[in-house]
Write a protein that binds this ligand. Structure first.
Ligand code: NAD
Length: 337
């Protein structure tokens, strides 16, 4: 918070549809008179000492403001760049990826009344990026699980469950096969659970969770799920089932900063055409406002967006409507004026 009572938040507009959807969020924030000033930064990757790095100005901005909103970043495949998303997670120690998934009225999906919360370990597991060639034709990729990173994300999950009033935490794992790595995650989960006697703890095999999620996800509404990195990607299944990609928000919570972003990518197929649905980034910004204790602004914006979606007159093409990004944004803005 600045001395003038306002906040400065780093804005990473991102690639593809990023600039269109971030402009939309900025317009809606202005209409809702949110006391936030945006600090736009460019995170186009640079090479530093032979490694992919984030431009210094962007690092400084996120470190200073400790909160950022981020549009999607396109990952260049096979150009020697490490994914910028991974680089951001590592640079700012963003250890927990928080993915809520709630049904939205007016957007009919396979199941109504879905309200799941999934937390994904964000820094290691199969995404640790440790790979090497053993001999020609044989490649080894290392799944790294540490006690420290597991404990950090598990504590966050239990604390988060307590904060939002959920009485149960389920650790999702594959310790039947990965006895040592997922075994360690599970062991730490059981230890952390002892510090939260009011919260019920159980563990579930990934296969069962996936099967039950696609059969009917609503029994998971009562808890927080927490899991190693790769399995958290499965949450995409739940978002696809219950929401379009254009509607699903997320938050990366870390030691040094928190970065909020949509789950979807840069959508190069529709970029620059005014067709993108900004809701996922907008709902990520709503999560951000709650994280910053600006809940009243979050409620105001969320209600305006949900009412616009429910009415269905000004919705984008991905939801079966004909509105452009701007028309949908203006419909939300008109509810805030
Ligand atoms: P994508 O999510 O960009 O697109 C998948 C499909 O969903 C496309 O048809 C797209 O038009 C549609 N879509 C996605 N978001 C939408 C929105 N807001 N409104 C309307 N339609 C939307 O996935 P992809 O095509 O596999 O990836 C494209 C690029 O994005 C890749 O470079 C990938 O690495 C990157 N990516 C980035 C992130 C991130 O920054 N967090 C996440 C996923 C993918």
């Amino acid at each position: 918070k600045n001395p003038n009572g306002r906040y400065t938040v780093t804005m990473i507009a991102g690639d593809g549809i990023g600039p269109e959807i971030s402009t939309s969020v900025e317009k809606i924030f202005a209409a809702a008179q949110v006391p936030i000033d945006w600090e736009p930064v460019d995170v186009s990757p640079i090479f530093q000492n032979g490694k992919t790095a984030i431009p210094e100005q962007a690092v400084t901005s996120v470190k200073k403001n400790t909160v950022a909103l981020k549009g999607p970043l396109a990952t260049q495949i096979g150009k020697g760049h490490v994914s910028m998303n991974l680089t951001l997670r590592r640079t700012f120690n963003l250890f927990a990826n928080l993915r809520p998934c709630k049904s939205i009225q007016g957007f009919k999906t396979a199941y109504d009344n879905v309200d799941t919360v999934l937390i994904r370990e964000n820094t290691e597991g199969e995404y640790s990026g440790i790979e090497h060639i053993v001999v020609d034709g044989v490649v080894q990729s290392i799944k790294l699980i540490t006690r420290d990173a597991s404990e950090r994300v598990l504590r966050f999950a239990f604390q988060y469950a307590q904060d939002i009033g959920r009485k149960k935490v389920t650790a999702v794992h594959k310790a039947t096969i990965m006895k040592m790595s997922d075994g360690l995650f599970l062991k730490v989960a059981k230890e952390v659970a002892q510090d939260y006697p009011d919260i019920e703890f159980d563990a579930e095999l990934l296969d069962n969770t996936c099967l039950r999620m696609v059969t009917d996800p609503t029994p998971y509404n009562d808890r927080v799920m927490v899991m190693p990195n790769l399995y958290g990607g499965k949450s995409l299944q739940s978002s696809r089932l219950n929401r379009g990609l254009g509607l699903t928000p997320s938050g990366n919570i870390g030691v040094d900063a928190a970065i909020f972003e949509a789950v979807h990518g840069s959508a190069p197929d529709i970029a620059g055409k005014g067709l993108a649905n900004p809701t996922a980034l907008l709902l990520s910004s709503v999560m951000m406002l709650r994280y910053m204790d600006l809940g009243s602004f979050a409620d105001k914006i969320e209600n305006a967006a949900f009412d616009t979606l429910k009415e269905g007159k000004h919705i984008t093409g991905d939801l079966g409507g004909t509105a452009s990004t701007t028309e949908y944004t203006d419909a939300i803005v008109s509810r805030l004026d």
